[in-house]
Design a protein around this ligand. Structure first.
Ligand code: AKG
Ligand code: FE2
Length: 199
């Protein structure tokens, strides 16, 4: 079923259990060659999520700020975007281009993500497609200005959110994870994939 939250379309249960398990295996393969790391922000504070990327570009945060980079902080190129993730993009994005970046966020029980806009990309007509795997996450969505009214939804394993159109620059964040709510990942936690056209 599709629901709208602040203009963001959530395709609930887009992935069945077998597709979710396949995608987790594909993500594991990415992580084996481009390990998860804990990024710092410009102020030197460590983010609570761990990250890596796939595709031509990965999203990086460090003391120099936010940007897309062709290389992992350890120096290697990013692995290709997993085929299962590309299938999702092609099914829901509504655009002809393929994504150039797939950010992989890993949330443990205590991780969260503060309210932010995704605005490091060149063309805001291209949507952001976000895939949830594992534990449920409380997703908060506001409008295009910081501090406006917000709405929240629990994103579940297999849900796919599309941030496009007038909602492309809406503020959003993850308030918390419901630890132990999914058995998909053997060690628990949540994987989020966000695909983007970068330039
Ligand atoms: O984890 C999520 O569902 C959202 C991730 C996100 O907003 C981002 O990586 O920009
Ligand atoms: Fe985001």
């Amino acid at each position: 079923m599709n629901v709208q939250v602040g203009g963001i379309v959530v395709h609930q249960e887009h992935l069945n259990a077998a597709d979710q398990a396949d995608l987790v295996e594909q993500v594991r393969r990415v992580v084996r060659s481009a390990p998860l790391y804990r990024p710092e922000t410009r102020t030197g504070r460590a983010m609570s999520v761990r990250m890596t990327s796939a595709g031509t570009f990965g999203w990086i945060s460090d003391r120099r700020g936010y940007r897309y980079d062709r290389k992992h902080p350890d120096g290697m190129e990013w692995p290709p975007i997993p085929p299962g993730a590309l299938d999702i993009w092609r099914a829901v994005s509504g655009v002809a281009r393929d994504p150039q970046s797939c950010l992989i966020n890993y949330y443990d029980a205590d991780a969260r993500m503060g309210m932010h806009q995704d605005r490091d990309e060149g063309d805001f007509d291209m949507p952001v497609v976000s895939v949830s795997l594992g534990d449920e996450a409380l997703f908060r969505v506001g409008g295009p200005e910081r501090g406006g009214k917000t709405q929240s939804i629990w994103l579940k394993s297999g849900d796919v959110a599309v941030m496009g159109g007038t909602a492309r620059l809406n503020f959003h964040g993850i308030d918390r994870i419901r630890a132990g709510s999914s058995a998909l990942l053997p060690k628990g936690g949540r994987i989020n994939l966000t695909m983007r056209v970068v330039e």
